[in-house]
Design a protein around this ligand. Structure first.
Ligand SMILES: Cc1ncc(COP(=O)(O)O)c(C=O)c1O
Length: 380
């Protein structure tokens, strides 16, 4: 015979078992419906992988400065850099203007950098043909990559920007003479508007609008202008800061309103004026894309090659973060600016591309020993 305590125990056990069973059934139903939902959440084609890049907190730099150092991981775009956003925007704009209408239509660009790779990728997936003009001393790795992506590669001898045989000028004249599209990343406003329409809003959403500084380098100027134009009206206290490598005139343009670099002082001009290991950022003229946001840039930080090289070693050893040369410049500048404004701030920068794009030049020069401390890097 069961005692009354035993009967109560059995009743409780029955209800517990019944509840658990119902709970498990509900969980499995939820799981099924979630699975069905997520299986519908499929990205349609490679262009769907462009943008919506993660914002990652760089632990070593954040811990060392007392600021939240956040970086937009643009190397996670399918073509490996933010230039995917720009290439897609340029092609979409050309299509909208009726300049690209059928498979086999040509897109010309003069570039030895990431834009060529992104254009080749987008042209391939849309059925167009990218024709990329580049200097004949561009690494074979890059030429191979472009050709594997289906681009026509035309190598030309290095020449100054005013020379009609310079690679950008050749690309422009080829496009004009064949009535084809000239992508023109430096002057084409589809560039900064891509960052205004996507990169800026993504940063705002990812930080809930809580950031004190946006800092990055400028090549065409598309990134800094587009992001600044989107974020500044929403966050009036935001400081926009330029990171500038050796040989570039932009630092002085921002600080003093004139385009001048110390390497250009009288008697010191060389044939290759920009004598730096950094690729993708730094320029000595004001492009339409830089001009679009120039007035919104509050400050600039200059970074040396040696600092960038030491930073690459610092980040790979402390964070396992393998970065390219322009990213190294951004990270030095971010650390310097964080030290200047003090702890408690949120600073957003850009991880432009991965070190894998820079194995044959930049990474050959990166030191391999134990990394310097952040203070040592900033004081070299
Ligand atoms: C690797 C890399 N980083 C940074 C930049 C600079 O970006 P933006 O052209 O938007 O100024 C470029 C531009 O070419 C680049 O190729």
């Amino acid at each position: 015979m069961l005692s009354s305590k035993g009967i109560i125990g059995l009743i409780v056990l029955y209800f517990v078992a019944d509840y658990s069973l119902k709970y498990l059934r509900k969980r499995s139903k939820d799981f099924e419906s979630n699975t069905t939902e997520s299986s519908r959440n499929i990205i349609d084609g490679v262009e769907g992988l462009i943008g919506n890049t993660p914002l990652v907190r760089i632990k070593s730099l954040s811990d060392a400065t007392g600021c939240d150092i956040l970086a937009k991981a643009e190397m996670t775009n399918p073509g490996g850099s933010a230039k995917d956003r720009v290439a897609l925007a340029i092609i979409n704009a050309a299509e909208a203007q009726g300049l690209l209408t059928k498979k086999g239509d040509m897109v010309f660009e003069g570039t030895s950098g990431s834009t060529g790779i992104s254009l080749a990728m987008i042209c391939r997936l849309k059925g167009y043909i990218a024709h990329i003009c580049l200097p004949d001393d561009t690494t074979q790795e890059k030429v191979d990559l472009l050709e594997h992506l289906g681009a026509v590669v035309e190598k030309v001898p290095p020449a100054g920007i005013v020379d009609p045989r310079q690679y950008v000028n050749i690309a422009r004249s080829r496009a004009e003479s064949s009535s084809a599209v000239f992508a023109d990343q430096f002057e084409n406003e589809a560039n900064w508007t891509a960052h205004y329409n996507h990169t800026g809003p993504e940063i705002y959403t990812q930080t809930n609008g809580r950031l004190d500084v946006f800092l990055t380098g400028a090549g065409t100027g598309g990134t800094i202008s587009g992001v600044a134009r989107y974020l500044k009206p929403l966050i009036p206290s935001l400081k926009v800061v330029l990171a500038d490598p050796p040989g570039s005139g932009l630092y002085n343009k921002v600080k003093n309103g004139v385009m001048f670099d110390i390497a250009e002082r009288e008697g010191t001009r060389r044939r290759h004026q920009i004598d730096t290991i950094i690729e993708g950022i730094g320029i000595n003229r004001v492009t339409a894309n830089f001009e679009a946001g120039r007035q919104l840039i509050d400050d600039a930080v200059r970074v040396t090659d040696n600092q960038a090289l030491q930073m690459a070693n610092y980040l790979v050893q402390n964070d396992g973060l393998f970065i390219g040369s322009s990213t190294a410049v951004n990270c030095v500048a971010v650390a310097a600016y964080a030290k200047k404004i003090g702890p408690g701030h949120t600073i957003v920068t850009v991880l432009c591309d991965s070190g894998t794009r820079h194995l044959s030049k930049f990474w050959k020069a990166v030191p391999t020993g134990p990394p310097l401390s952040l203070d040592e890097i900033l004081n070299i």
